[in-house]
Design a protein around this ligand. Structure first.
Ligand SMILES: Nc1ncnc2c1ncn2[C@@H]1O[C@H](COP(=O)(O)OP(=O)(O)OP(=O)(O)O)[C@@H](O)[C@H]1O
Ligand SMILES: [Mg+2]
Length: 356
C-alpha cells in the first residue's frame, strides 16, 4: 500500500508546491536583492494554520540558496525559541557561531554584538510563529543588523502588530505582506492527490475519496495529510489493496485527534495552565483568565504574552473564542471521543513507524 512513506510525513517538503504560485513568486521577488548581495526588505507571511506558510517559506529559501551560492539562511521556530536570548542564539547557531557561548552565562548583549559583527554572506532569517516572541525588542534589535533579511511568519498580521511597540510596528507596517488564504476543497484534493501518487500504490485511493478527505479537512493541509496517513494505516493493517470509505470515515476523527494531540504536546507547562483553568471554569474573559493564571503560577508572564498564547491556542483549535472586543470569552474545545477506536495492529508499529 505504502510505496514511499517519506512523502506522507508531516515535515516533508514537497519538490513542488501546488496552488501557491502567486505566493511563491511574491516571496521570491521580495528576496531577490539577497541574490545580488544586499539585504531584502522585511516581509510578513500570514494565514491560517495548515495553509502552507512554513512549507512554502522553506521551499522558496531553499530554492534561492540553490541558485545563489553566497546566501545563508536560518529558520527559527519562535514557538520553541521565544525569548530574546534563544532567538539570537538560534541564529548564531545556524551560522555556526556559537562556539564558546555558554547558555547560562553569556549576556544577551554579547550575543547580539556577535551577530552584529557577522561579516559573511547575506542571511535570510525566518522567524516562524513570530507572534509567539516574548519580547518585541528582539525584532527591533535584529532589524538594525545590515546583513540580515527577515521573513516573519504568523497566523494574523493584526495579532502580531498589536503586540509590538510603536518603533517595530512602524517598520513592519511598510513591509510587504503575503497572505495565504485557507485552501479550497479542490486545492486540497490536488495537494493530496500529488502525495498519494508519490506515496501510495497505484489505485490505492480514487479522486472521490481524496475529495472526501479534503472536504473533512476544512481548508487545513496538515489535517488532510493526517487523515490520509491514518486511512492508509488502517488499510495496511487489514492487508487491503485499496483504501475503503470505512477506512476514511474512521480516519477522520482519529486524524483530528492526532493533530490536536501533537498541538497539545507542543505546549509548555506554563501554557497548559491556561487550558486547565479554562477547563475548570468553563468559560472566561481574557482578564478573568489572566487573574486566575497569576494566582496559580509563581512567576506569571505579562498579560500580552498570555494573550498571544490564547490566540495561538485558538489557531491550534485547542480553545474557542466567542464574541469580540470587551465581550470576548474563551472556552476549551472538546473533540468528540472516538466512536471508532484507534487501530490496534501488530504490524502497524514496524511498517508505519516512518509515517506516524
Ligand atoms: N501547497 C502545498 N503543496 C504541498 N503540500 C502542502 C502545501 N501546503 C501545505 N502542504 C503540506 O501541509 C502541511 C502543513 O503545511 P504548513 O506546515 O506549511 O502549514 P502552516 O501554514 O505553516 O501552518 P501553521 O500556521 O499551523 O504553522 C505540511 O505537511 C505541508 O507539507
Ligand atoms: Mg507553520
Amino acid at each position: 500500500m505504502i510505496e514511499d512513506a517519506r512523502v506522507l510525513r508531516e515535515g516533508f517538503v514537497p519538490s513542488d508546491i501546488i496552488h501557491r504560485d502567486g505566493e511563491t513568486n511574491a516571496l521570491t521577488r521580495v528576496l531577490d536583492p539577497v541574490t545580488a548581495g544586499t539585504a531584502a526588505d522585511p516581509v510578513l507571511v500570514t494565514g491560517p494554520s495548515g495553509a502552507g506558510k512554513t512549507t512554502l517559506t522553506k521551499f522558496v529559501v531553499d530554492r534561492l540558496r540553490e541558485t545563489a551560492l553566497d546566501v545563508e539562511s536560518v529558520h527559527v521556530n519562535c514557538w520553541q525559541s521565544y525569548s530574546h536570548f534563544r532567538v539570537v542564539y538560534k541564529i548564531l547557531e545556524g551560522l555556526g557561531k556559537t562556539i564558546d557561548v555558554h547558555r547560562q552565562s553569556t549576556p544577551q548583549d554579547e550575543l547580539l554584538n556577535r551577530l552584529a559583527a557577522y561579516d559573511g554572506p547575506p542571511v535570510i532569517v525566518t522567524l516562524d510563529e513570530a507572534d509567539q516572541l516574548e519580547e518585541a525588542r528582539v525584532i527591533y534589535d535584529l532589524y538594525r543588523l545590515d546583513a540580515f533579511s527577515f521573513i516573519l511568519v504568523t497566523n494574523s498580521e493584526e495579532e502580531l502588530l498589536s503586540g509590538l511597540d510603536e518603533r517595530v510596528r512602524s517598520r513592519l507596517q511598510t513591509a510587504e505582506t503575503i497572505h495565504f488564504d485557507r485552501y479550497t476543497v479542490d486545492e486540497l484534493t490536488d495537494i493530496l492527490s500529488d502525495r498519494a501518487t508519490h506515496g501510495l500504490a497505484p489505485e490505492a485511493i480514487d479522486r472521490e475519496q481524496l475529495r472526501r478527505i479534503a472536504d473533512a479537512a476544512a481548508g487545513d493541509a496538515r489535517v488532510e495529510l493526517s487523515i490520509l496517513r491514518s486511512a492508509a494505516r488502517r488499510a495496511d493493517c487489514q492487508s487491503a489493496a485499496r483504501i475503503t470509505a470505512e477506512h476514511i470515515e474512521a480516519a477522520i476523527p482519529e486524524a483530528k485527534r492526532e493533530v490536536r494531540s501533537k498541538n497539545l504536546d507542543s505546549l509548555r507547562q506554563e501554557q497548559r495552565h491556561l487550558l486547565d483553568i479554562l477547563a475548570e471554569a468553563g468559560e472566561l474573559s481574557p482578564s478573568d483568565l489572566y487573574d486566575r493564571y497569576t494566582d496559580r503560577v509563581e512567576d506569571p508572564r505579562t498579560k500580552w504574552t498570555v494573550r498571544s498564547w490564547l490566540q495561538k491556542l485558538a489557531h491550534y483549535n485547542l480553545v474557542e473564542a466567542y464574541g469580540s472586543g470587551p465581550n470576548r470569552t474563551y472556552r476549551t474545545r472538546n473533540v468528540a471521543s472516538p466512536s471508532i477506536p484507534p487501530m490496534a495492529c501488530s504490524t502497524v508499529a514496524s511498517r508505519f513507524a516512518s509515517v506516524c
